[in-house]
Each structure stands twice: as structure tokens, then as C-alpha cells.
Write a protein that binds this ligand. Structure first.
Ligand SMILES: Nc1ncnc2c1ncn2[C@@H]1O[C@H](COP(=O)(O)OP(=O)(O)OP(=O)(O)O)[C@@H](O)[C@H]1O
Length: 295
């Protein structure tokens, strides 16, 4: 099956600064992939590379097997809802639907009209007069009616209140169930990912920290709590993601495929939020470890 997105050693520099480095990932088609990371991590940069709005500085990527932005066929397959839901404030909703129909060869006019009606929006309303939630929903409608094979959304709910966030994500998930397309969306909030994504990418400090199917990641990560122990006394197949120590106790999040048999540990499972937070703190842990081994 073709990958939704495949990147190999992908990097992007702005001037002298890397915004994204050594990114090697493969997202199989058919997933709802959530990319999470703090502000400035490189999420928008990766999504702009995936939509052909930026060219890589190093490495390369394919999206649905093709080069991003390469010609009308590729553009028709990939939908993009940008971070600030750009709409034409002076144009009506009907104008937006007409524009969408004119620009997209696979435009689904019935889907667009039905969704606008479901949302209780009037076709004659100007986009500039809509609330933030309504604007986001209109942008999503335009993205869905394009009937893409992959819909990419950059922080689609960042500016919405909790209810509007939930309604937006519900609408997206209903559309995925009805039309079976792949999704890649970014967020800096873990709560947006719960109950929606089945594939996870954590991006911190311009680097991918972890990537994979959510179920598999949750099955291979564990929290170990027990008497204080240095990380070099953990088995080699237990990769430390995060560590916390008091005088007497250690708490680790480790990744391993093997069962944890050491009776000294209390082993617990992680939630998606625990997993993401553990990886968010990993770059700091790695930097600290690098300082400790320096003479
Ligand atoms: N056009 C640009 N010129 C120079 N630096 C840029 C440009 N765009 C982004 N950057 C820098 O690249 C880094 C990654 O930015 P990016 O927008 O990809 O992060 P992000 O994870 O999407 O952040 P946010 O959650 O705040 O949207 C940041 O340090 C940012 O300041």
C-alpha cells in the first residue's frame, strides 16, 4: 500500500537555523496521524514541505507516492487546511463553495452543501462575519469537499474554545469514517489527539522523537517505579525515555518489546498524554546526559 507520507533524512533550514532535522518517518495510508510538539518545534515546516510550499534543504519526501506540489494530479489528491483558516472575509459562503468547485477537479458539491446546512450556516453569510468556530468549520468543509486522499491540517483547532474543538474533531472523524481518507494534523495540545488519532508523531526541538501506531506505542512503553537505580543498571533492551529520581526512588518511562520481569519495579501502563509528555522531556534528558559524560 502507498504511504500517506514518507520522509528520508528530511531537513529544512531557515538561514543558518534548522527548523527540521533528520526527519525519517513513514505514515502508512489509512491513518489519522496526529503530530504534536511545542511551539516552534517544526510542525508547520514539515506540513509545508508535505504540501510543496517549501523545498527541503536536505533529504526528501513523497506524499501518496508523489513529489509534493508536483502538478495538478498531486495537488488534487492532497487537501490542506492552513493554521489561520484563511478565508476571503468579503466573500460569502456560497462564493467559497463556487471557488472550491472551480479549483478542484474532484469537488463534491453535495457534500459541501450538506455540511453547510448541517452546521446551520447560511450560504449568503460573509466569511468575515463568521465566528472562529464557524470559520474553522467552513475551512474544514472546503478541505473535505475537495475529496482528497490525504487531508493535512495545521493546528486546526488552536484558536477554538473546548466545545468548538470537540465539534470540529467530531466532524473530521465522521468524514473519515464516511469517505476513508488519510489525515495528518498538528497540534500543540495532547488533548486534541486523544480519541482521534491512531498514529502519533512527537516533534521537539526540530527532531522527531517518536513515531508509530498509537496502540503499538502504548503496548511497548511502561512506567517503572521502584528503589533508586541508575539508568546504566537497566537492561540494554529498555530504552529510557524519561527519568525522575528522589533520594530513594526512581521512576522511568522506558520503551521495550520485552516483558518487564524485574520484581523490584512496579510496572504501569501509560496514557497517550503520559507518552507524549515523556517524549517532550526527552531532549532535555539527552542534553543532561551529554553534559554528564563530558570530561
Ligand atoms: N519563514 C521563516 N523564517 C525563519 N524562521 C522560521 C520561518 N518559519 C519558521 N521559522 C522558525 O522555524 C522553527 C520551526 O517553526 P514552525 O513554524 O515549523 O514550528 P511549529 O512547531 O509549527 O510552531 P507553532 O506551534 O508555534 O506553529 C521556529 O524556530 C521558527 O521560528
Amino acid at each position: 500500500m502507498t504511504s500517506a507520507l514518507q520522509a528520508q533524512g528530511l531537513g529544512k533550514k531557515y538561514g543558518k537555523r534548522w527548523a527540521l532535522r533528520d526527519c525519517t518517518i513513514e505514515i502508512p495510508a489509512g491513518h489519522v496521524a496526529g503530530m504534536v510538539g511545542p511551539n516552534g518545534a517544526g510542525k508547520t515546516t514539515l506540513l509545508k514541505l508535505a504540501t510543496g510550499q517549501l523545498e527541503p534543504t536536505s533529504g526528501g519526501l513523497t506524499v501518496l507516492g508523489g513529489r509534493p506540489g508536483a502538478g495538478p494530479a498531486q495537488l488534487a489528491k492532497v487537501g490542506f487546511v492552513a493554521q489561520d483558516t484563511p478565508l476571503y472575509g468579503a466573500l460569502s459562503i456560497a462564493d467559497h463553495l463556487r471557488l472550491g468547485a472551480g479549483l478542484n477537479p474532484r469537488w463534491d458539491a453535495a457534500l459541501a452543501r450538506e455540511r453547510v446546512a448541517q452546521l446551520g450556516l447560511e450560504l449568503s453569510h460573509r466569511a468575515g462575519k463568521l465566528s472562529g468556530g464557524q470559520r474553522a468549520q467552513l475551512a474544514l468543509t472546503l478541505g473535505l469537499a475537495k475529496r482528497p486522499e490525504l487531508l493535512i491540517l495545521d493546528e486546526p483547532v488552536a484558536s477554538l474554545d473546548p466545545l468548538a474543538r470537540r465539534e470540529f474533531m467530531q466532524g473530521l472523524m465522521e468524514a473519515v469514517a464516511a469517505h476513508e481518507f488519510s489525515v495528518l494534523f498538528s497540534s500543540h495540545l495532547v488533548s486534541d489527539l486523544e480519541r482521534t488519532c491512531d498514529y502519533l508523531i512527537v516533534l521537539v526541538d526540530s527532531r522527531v522523537q517518536v513515531v508509530g501506531e498509537v496502540d503499538k506505542l502504548l503496548a511497548t512503553h511502561h512506567r517503572l517505579t521502584g528503589p533508586r537505580r541508575d539508568p546504566d543498571r537497566l537492561p540494554a533492551d529498555q530504552h529510557v525515555v524519561s527519568a525522575r529520581h528522589t533520594d530513594r526512588q526512581s521512576t522511568y518511562v522506558v520503551r521495550t518489546d520485552a516483558p518487564i520481569l524485574d520484581p523490584a519495579w512496579t510496572v504501569s501502563t501509560l496514557t497517550l498524554e503520559d507518552l507524549v509528555l515523556a517524549y517532550m522531556s526527552k531532549p532535555a534528558l539527552d542534553r543532561q546526559a551529554a553534559l554528564e559524560v563530558r570530561p
